[in-house]
Ligand binder design. Structure first.
Ligand SMILES: *[C@@H]1O[C@H](CO)[C@@H](O)[C@H](O)[C@H]1NC(C)=O
Ligand SMILES: *[C@@H]1O[C@H](CO)[C@@H](O)[C@H](O)[C@H]1NC(C)=O
Ligand SMILES: *[C@@H]1O[C@H](CO)[C@@H](O)[C@H](O)[C@H]1NC(C)=O
Length: 187
């Protein structure tokens, strides 16, 4: 909407205005540690959202290695009753993460939602690709969703997809114990 465009634009000139795209500061591993359920996603290219609509659920897990400063980030999605895992190593850089193998920067954007993280993916500086809303909960309040939608609009992303909160999340890790893995996948 016009109103939002004005707010986004004003921020470039005055920090006194509420900035919907303010990155978090002094990000620490403890801020993100553990599992997050994917609530909603917006994309610069709407075609990407079609892919997301095929997934029943999505989550992300941040974990630390005991012997290094690397952080493990695993994206987990449930597609037609199977669980897919994609693990990458990322480096913490103040407001977000970077993956040295991909030219994609991940920045955490401030949110009024206390148990959420909003992750902005950029292909190169100021080339936003996607915006993700994760929470420790499976569903957020209407006002929290509105804030996320406004943040996406500030990045010129007009469409978004909301995950079905009733669909079960995949277990955090591929378990080598068949009993544990069955337990994790009980529908
Ligand atoms: C990960 O854990 C190791 C060992 O406890 C620690 O030295 C390192 O600083 C941690 N990394 C982060 C990003 O917290
Ligand atoms: C990430 O780093 C850990 C610890 O150095 C390593 O064991 C693991 O294989 C790495 N994973 C990837 C996908 O590079
Ligand atoms: C990442 O960007 C740098 C500088 O723009 C470029 O030199 C490099 O080839 C890119 N790497 C990948 C994997 O695209």
């Amino acid at each position: 909407s016009t109103y939002l465009v004005v707010i986004c634009a004003l921020n470039m000139f005055s920090v006194a205005f509420v900035n919907l795209l303010r990155p978090v500061e002094s990000l620490s591993f403890h801020h993100v540690e553990g599992r997050w359920a994917l609530i909603s996603v917006s994309a610069a290219v709407p075609k990407y959202l079609e892919k997301m609509k095929l997934a029943d659920s999505g989550s992300g897990v941040f974990a630390n290695y005991t012997d290094s400063t690397k952080i493990s980030f695993t994206r987990i999605s449930s597609v037609s009753d199977s669980c897919q895992y994609m693990q990458t190593n990322v480096t913490l850089d103040g407001s977000g993460f970077s993956d040295p193998h991909l030219n994609i920067s991940m920045t955490l954007i401030q949110s009024s939602c206390q148990d959420c993280i909003v992750v902005r993916l950029d292909k190169s500086p100021d080339q936003p690709l996607r915006l993700y809303l994760f929470s420790r909960r499976r569903e957020v309040e209407a006002n929290e969703m509105e804030e996320f939608k406004a943040q996406a609009e500030c990045l010129s992303m007009s469409e978004h997809h909301v995950m079905d909160p009733t669909k079960e999340l995949c277990p955090e890790q591929i378990s080598r114990n068949p009993a544990a893995s069955t337990e994790g996948q009980t529908a």
